[in-house]
Design a protein around this ligand. Structure first.
Ligand code: SF4
Ligand code: SF4
Length: 72
């Protein structure tokens, strides 16, 4: 099981991660620039992290501590 962390300070709102997620875990928001992370099942394919040129996405494996300043 994996969680996705998006650093909103790094995110440039390109929306590419939303397009490449096969499970629709990442979705655009109307009220904010960065994508929302839904609670669907992320299987850690890394598509979103690889395509994010801003380096704003981190994939956390279950049991790993999330860094400060990011959110799931
Ligand atoms: S690919 Fe990266 S920079 Fe683009 S919207 Fe997703 S998190 Fe933000
Ligand atoms: S790692 Fe894969 S399944 Fe998980 S949010 Fe990113 S693109 Fe979607």
């Amino acid at each position: 099981m994996f969680s996705i962390l998006i650093d909103e300070e790094k995110c440039n709102c390109c929306g590419l991660c939303v397009c490449v997620c096969p499970n629709e875990i990442l979705v655009k928001r109307s009220d904010a620039c960065s994508p929302m992370v839904t609670d669907g099942e992320c299987f850690g394919c890394e598509n979103c992290m690889v395509i994010c040129e801003a380096g704003a996405i981190r994939i956390i494996e279950e049991g790993e501590d999330a860094p400060n300043g990011t959110k799931t």
